[in-house]
Design a binder for this molecule. Structure first.
Ligand SMILES: Nc1ncnc2c1ncn2[C@@H]1O[C@H](COP(=O)(O)OP(=O)(O)OP(=O)(O)O)[C@@H](O)[C@H]1O
Ligand SMILES: [Mg+2]
Length: 503
């Protein structure tokens, strides 16, 4: 008041209650805080004459705080709030500040919080921390202001709005969370993609491989996957196919093997039978030749004498009939002996170049008009240009006749005899077949039809086929028979074309 009433009003501050401040009894503060300076004054000669004393009242003097704000924060504003603030406290009372009230006026008259009060004013220590200033949080620092006696008389406060940091923190957090979330989503997508593209196809391949291992080769895995996996699948398919093929081949081979074994066995059996028959025929031949020779002479005697006896007997003599039987049966015996000798003789064939077709034609001419062939149709399918072969004409003719007569005897009630000649595909063999439509060969003699003395005929010797067998064998050929009961019989003779070698 003494200096200037203006200073008194400038210093007078109404105390506004602040929620966190220490309670104050007074309602007003009438004292002020001054920034003072004293300078000695000297005369020109250097004599000290006095002191220049100057002071600035800090109450409601915003020059310092605004300067701080300007220098430090360049007056930046963040979302309507000052970013940086500065305050000068006289003791705990805000006397100069740029912290604003809600209404935008400077927050003069408010009090410092109790916490800061204790730390700075009571203990004389700097306070650094978060502080709620008027209406927002600030990162703040409170520094004690001391007078010339080093007594604490107030506080210098600077603060920086916490919101930007919070926002940065929050934004960072949100960004981080966003990235993390994006990452998780991405990982899920990658996992699903990998599963679809790799795991699922691989599982399919695995299952297929298992089934193949269990022997199910009809597998085709179709996968949409990276190339390597598709290669894997197609290799597996290929493998299954190959395995299937191999398996089938093996099975086929197994089946044919069985057939082949059967065929071989049958062949061996036939060869055995042939060998056996040949041996038997040979020894039988010797025996028969001996017997026949021995019997021939007595037979001639019987025949001569019985014929003479028959001539001597009177025409009406009742004994004539009996003697006639003796003569006839003896003739039959001689016939048998002759055949036996034929069979036993096994003469070496007198080979010459002969035409098989010509022999057949000749025989047909001979037999056609015989009574036993009256009801039999003869059909011939003879190959043109049949190669001539080296063979004994009489013997071959005898074989054909034997077979033809057998056929006619089998078809006593009529039928068809088909005679065929042809060349084998390799042109090395002539095939001659005689097929009749008779009753077929009885099952019980089928296997021994070429053995001597096998006959079903009353008047038969059973030597016809065994003689034929021997002849064909001597010509290096083969004779075989196919017969079906009730359907007919076919005899097939194979003769080698180049039988010159047999000479
Ligand atoms: N075409 C045929 N059809 C049916 N059976 C046949 C035929 N050919 C031969 N046979 C049977 O084979 C048997 C033996 O024939 P093979 O010619 O060797 O003697 P055979 O005819 O009985 O007597 P032989 O020829 O000495 O007069 C015959 O008794 C007959 O039972
Ligand atoms: Mg016969």
């Amino acid at each position: 008041m003494e200096e200037s009433p203006l200073l008194a009003t400038q210093a007078l501050i109404e105390i506004a209650p602040t929620p966190k401040s220490k309670p104050r009894l007074e309602k007003k503060e009438s004292s002020g805080m001054m920034l003072k300076a004293a300078v000695p004054i000297f005369e020109d000669n250097g004599n000290f004459v006095g002191v220049l004393l100057a002071g600035v009242l800090l109450n409601r003097n915003f020059e310092i705080v605004d300067k701080i704000k300007e220098i430090v924060h360049e007056g930046e504003i963040y979302k309507g709030n000052e970013i940086g603030t500065a305050t000068i406290f006289q003791n705990d009372l805000r006397i100069s500040t740029n912290v604003k009230n809600q209404d935008g006026t400077r927050a003069i008259g408010t009090l410092v919080s109790e916490e800061v009060y204790d730390e700075v004013l009571n203990r004389g220590r700097r306070y650094v921390g978060e502080a709620f200033v008027v209406n927002a949080w600030y990162l703040s620092a409170y520094e004690p202001i001391r007078d010339i006696n080093n007594d604490i008389i107030g506080i210098l406060y600077v603060g920086i709005l916490k919101k930007p940091f919070d926002d940065i923190l929050r934004n960072t957090l949100i960004t981080f969370l966003g990235i993390a979330l994006g990452g998780i989503v991405l990982i899920i997508f990658i996992a699903v993609y990998l599963a679809k593209r790799i795991s699922i196809p691989l599982r399919k391949i695995e299952e297929s491989a298992k089934r193949i291992a269990q022997g199910d080769y009809y597998q085709e895995v179709k996968v949409k996957a990276p190339r390597e996996i598709e290669y894997l699948a197609s290799s597996l398919n290929q493998m299954a196919k190959e395995l299937d093929k191999e398996k089938k081949e093996l099975e086929k081979w197994g089946a044919t093997l069985e057939v082949k074994v059967q065929e071989r066995t049958e062949e061996i059996r036939k060869i055995h039978a042939q060998l056996f028959r040949s041996e038997k025929l040979a020894s039988l031949g010797k025996l028969a030749a001996g017997v026949a020779h021995e019997i021939n002479n007595p037979l001639t005697g019987i025949l001569t004498n019985s014929s003479l006896l028959l001539d001597d007997l009177d025409k009406n003599d009742p004994r004539r009939e009996d003697v006639d039987v003796i003569v006839k049966e003896t003739i039959r015996c001689r016939e048998i002996v002759k055949r036996l000798l034929d069979f036993a003789r096994q003469t070496k064939p007198q080979k010459q170049l002969i035409n098989i077709n010509a022999i057949i034609e000749n025989i047909i001419l001979l037999i056609r008009n015989q009574t036993s062939f009256r009801n039999i149709n003869i059909q011939k399918n003879l190959i043109n240009d049949i190669p001539e072969i080296m063979a004994d004409k009489d013997q071959i003719q005898q074989v054909f006749i034997n077979i033809i007569i057998n056929a006619s005897e089998a078809m006593s009630k009529g039928g068809l005899l088909t005679i065929e000649s042809k060349l084998s595909t390799n042109k090395e063999t002539i095939l001659i077949s005689f097929a009749d439509t008779g009753p077929g060969i009885p099952e019980e003699i089928k296997d021994k039809i070429f053995d001597p003395f096998v006959t079903t005929k009353e008047q038969g010797t059973g030597l016809g086929l065994s003689i034929s067998y021997g002849i064909i064998e001597q010509h290096g050929g083969e004779i075989s028979m196919e017969s079906k009961r009730g359907e007919g019989t076919t005899f097939i003779i194979q003769l080698p074309v180049n039988s010159l070698e047999g000479e």
